[in-house]
Design a protein around this ligand. Structure first.
Ligand SMILES: Nc1ncnc2c1ncn2[C@@H]1O[C@H](COP(=O)(O)OP(=O)(O)O)[C@@H](O)[C@H]1O
Ligand SMILES: [Mg+2]
Length: 386
């Protein structure tokens, strides 16, 4: 389980250190930074897949994601008696930092502006300046297991000494994907594999052209694709090797008297739904957006192969308000197997999840353009030095 998530210098998230519970709900007004927080967690997961630089580039690159406000606000700026303006020079280096700590280890990464290479087409690619893996909740000098500064990676040897394992790591390569000696750095490998199992759902498609609305070839699918494309195969896999009673209960909870089945025609799988009062079942192409989305969420949340961390971005989109309570119950059920982070602005969903013992609600607010979260006891945190 993740105990702490930390981000610094990512859009309006100038500095957040959040203590995580089993169920975490991120909420707040439009523009408060919810999607940014979701993307920051996702980017951390991308590091372990070797995709962080690419996903940053797709968002407009480092210049777009760095804090667009001044480095500091003067008292006059805060009071509104002076215009918001930056100092003539910055005191601190700019960087985007992401990190987390679980019950065993912590990891953090610091990305910054690249050192320009003559004639390179890639001088806008951000560069990894520093990384660290440590034992325990907070990075200190003594508990570092592997640390990267620039192109050099040092690891803690069994003898207790620290030695270089790499001296020429490229600025676009993370030590999480390149320091992979199972004997010398087993913790890096363990942590990387944990991060690779984090699962994200933020664009389950229900539009008329979405693949979930078409009959498809099916093979055993314990994990629904991130866009929901393989719904029929995943649903049938859940029936055969997963918690079938929970599946039927979740459908009954949301659509009393209805039944969901996978039909095979000409070798292709399609989802069908028998609804109360209808003479024939409806095919996936005929289901309403909300109904299809709920089926996608049921399939994602009751997966027979639960991830250690499941992150959902605005799952309420296009759901009828009457489905929010059943969705909350599904999330609570999934939380028996996985730690959950839900980004949502659906009051009924937030309230229902907030009432659980092991849940935390993070209410994001904006102050002078910066995202602020009231955390009674922020966990201790420190970033790896450059
Ligand atoms: N580089 C940046 N620096 C500061 N603020 C930014 C930057 N980029 C975007 N923002 C702000 O972040 C907010 C967008 O946050 P977002 O996570 O999409 O909000 P939400 O999902 O809560 O509606 C906007 O208010 C925008 O002004
Ligand atoms: Mg948003």
């Amino acid at each position: 389980m993740l105990l702490t998530f930390a981000v610094s210098g990512y859009r309006s998230l100038r500095h957040l250190v959040l203590p995580l519970s089993q169920v975490n709900v991120v909420t707040g007004a439009n523009g408060s930074g919810k999607s940014s927080l979701y993307r920051a967690i996702r980017m951390l997961a991308d590091v372990a897949q070797g995709r962080a630089i690419g996903s940053l580039a797709r968002e407009g690159g480092l210049p777009s994601t760095l804090w667009a406000g001044p480095e500091a606000f003067s008292r006059e700026m805060k009071a509104g008696s002076a215009p918001i303006q930056g100092a003539s020079r910055r005191n601190n280096v700019v960087g985007l930092k992401l990190g987390f700590a679980d019950e065993d280890f912590g990891y953090a990464i610091d990305l910054g502006m690249p050192v320009a290479v003559p004639r390179s087409y890639f001088n806008l690619d951000p560069e990894i300046k520093a990384e660290a893996v440590w034992a325990g909740p907070v990075l200190r000098g003594s508990n570092v297991l592997a640390a990267r500064t620039g192109p050099a990676v040092k690891v803690l040897e069994e003898s207790g000494s620290r030695s270089h394992v790499i001296t020429n790591l490229q600025g676009f390569d993370s030590m999480m994907t390149h320091v992979v000696d199972p004997r010398r750095t087993p913790e890096v490998l363990t942590l990387r594999e944990r991060m690779r199992r984090w699962r994200f759902y933020d664009h389950l498609r229900t539009d008329q052209d979405s693949p979930a609305r078409r009959a498809q070839l099916g093979t055993r699918t314990p994990v629904l694709a991130s866009d929901g494309a393989d719904l029929a195969a995943a649903l049938q896999t859940l029936r055969e090797i997963g918690d079938e009673p929970a599946l039927d209960a979740a459908i009954e909870d949301a659509f009393p008297g209805s039944r969901v089945e996978v039909a095979i025609q000409d070798g292709l799988f399609d989802v069908t739904m028998h609804q109360h009062g209808l003479l024939r079942p409806l095919r996936s192409a005929e289901l309403s957006d909300g109904t299809l989305r709920y089926l996608l969420l049921v399939t994602a949340l009751l997966t027979p192969r639960p991830p250690p961390l499941l992150v959902l971005n605005e799952p309420e989109t296009s759901l009828h308000p009457s489905l929010l309570q059943p969705l909350a119950r599904l999330i609570v059920k999934a939380a028996e197997q996985s730690q959950i982070i839900v980004v949502s602005h659906a009051g009924a969903l937030v309230d229902e999840l907030a009432s659980k013992d092991d849940s935390t609600v993070f209410e994001l607010k904006k102050e002078l353009g910066e995202t602020i979260v009231d955390v009674p006891e922020p966990p201790a945190w420190s970033w790896p030095p450059r």
